[in-house]
Design a protein around this ligand. Structure first.
Ligand code: G6P
Length: 376
């Protein structure tokens, strides 16, 4: 069946706006039913992983995540989630590098291949190599029955629905949702997460579509910000902790569809290079949501400001300080810090979308890029 734009001017816009529904589709079958008895409240359902020896994975083995492009950014976030919530060690590899660096993978390890299409040649080859070395292969894919899904020992589908736009949006946020669910599941099985904490995270995931709707409600305000900065030719995106991969992804979106140069950086790292780029012509998108690291992020923001950089801040609703520090502010609802990456990704998608549209770019089919790269 041909997928239609349903009144949106581009598939990318349609897919951005589908995210509340897509996240619901990813999570609903895994979340405990409302009214679940006390014990079930903190347990997401992963029957596919029943045979995985999770305590051994945490104590004596490791997870290797393999992916490319946007999916690699999801993997980077996955490392933070798995290590912090489940205390399971994680390495993240670019699939195109993995096979050529003589990676150390042993029987008992878990290789997680993340791919929207399930057809990316590098990711597929990396998964095969990890399995050859003895790892169990787990695929996180959107496209059902794709090559990577078929080659893995186990597969988890994100159920985001068809993604037509080359620049990935809902596939990314649903990957994040799946990784969060998985981290909670693993955290329960290693004992790193209490039932209460796990139940709180799952409640947060259940309520996330409503928060996403609130973010999407700001699309018009984000378009105004895009108009203000459309002449900029260099952008920086800064984040710390889980916001770091989100910053990388925000910069990638802008590069992909507007052909404007953008770099994502970890806040603490800007003093080692990118701060030299900053002047009044460089908009700096700072992910400054409340949570651990907030004050350090504000310190980075001040460093940029002191050098004349223009700040577009992404902040939590209710933040009273940020308005005085930033040139533009986008507020997102307060959610658990572990769920912020999903929410924070959306305004950055909208910003890139509007900037590309204002420049008259071919938003859905950017030059030189393909939806899935089936050659190595
Ligand atoms: C291509 C697409 C990207 C995507 C990457 C990985 O480069 O243009 O949007 O992130 O491939 O794709 P995958 O299907 O493996 O997630």
């Amino acid at each position: 069946v041909a997928v239609e734009k349903q009144g949106f001017s581009h598939f990318m816009a349609k897919e951005i706006f589908e995210q509340p529904q897509a996240i619901r589709a990813t999570t609903s079958g895994r979340l405990p039913r409302a009214g679940e008895d006390d014990l079930g409240r903190g347990e997401p359902s992963f029957p596919e992983l029943a045979e995985l020896d999770v305590p051994a994975l945490a104590a004596r083995a490791k997870v290797t995540m393999l992916a490319c492009g946007t999916s690699w950014h999801a993997a980077l976030a996955g490392k933070y989630l798995f290590e912090q919530l489940a205390r399971v060690p994680v390495e993240v590899d670019l699939a195109s590098e993995f096979r050529y660096r003589q990676p150390i993978v042993r029987p008992g390890d878990l290789a997680v291949a993340i791919s929207q299409s399930g057809e990316t040649a590098d990711t597929r080859a990396a998964l095969m190599e990890a399995r050859r070395l003895g790892a169990t292969g787990l695929a996180i894919c959107n496209v059902v029955d794709s090559s990577i899904a078929r080659e893995a020992d186990r597969v988890l589908y994100t159920h985001a629905g068809p993604e037509i736009s080359v620049a990935s949006t809902k596939a990314f946020t649903t990957q994040l949702a799946m990784l969060t669910l998985l981290a909670v599941h693993l955290g329960r099985r290693t004992g790193a997460l209490t039932l209460e904490r796990a139940a709180g995270l799952l409640d947060g995931l259940r309520e996330l579509p409503v928060a996403l709707d609130a973010v999407l409600g700001q699309a018009a305000a984000i378009e105004i910000i895009a108009r203000r900065w459309r002449s900029a030719r260099d952008w920086l995106y800064l984040g710390r902790g889980l916001a770091f991969p989100v910053a990388l992804e925000g910069a990638l979106k802008l590069k992909e569809i507007s052909y404007v140069h953008a770099e994502g950086y970890a806040c603490g790292e800007i003093k080692h290079g990118p701060i030299a780029l900053v002047d009044e012509r460089v908009p700096v998108v700072v992910l400054a949501l409340e949570g651990p690291g907030y004050h350090k992020t504000l310190a980075s923001l001040e460093e940029v400001r002191a050098r004349g950089g223009k700040i577009i801040a992404l902040a939590s609703a209710g933040d009273r300080r940020i308005g005085d520090l930033a040139d533009d502010v986008i507020l997102v609802p307060q959610v658990d810090p572990y769920l912020q990456p999903i929410l924070a990704s959306v305004p950055l998608q909208l910003l890139a979308y509007h900037l590309a549209r204002l420049e008259g770019r071919d938003v859905d089919q950017p030059r030189n890029l393909a939806k899935s790269v089936t050659v190595e």
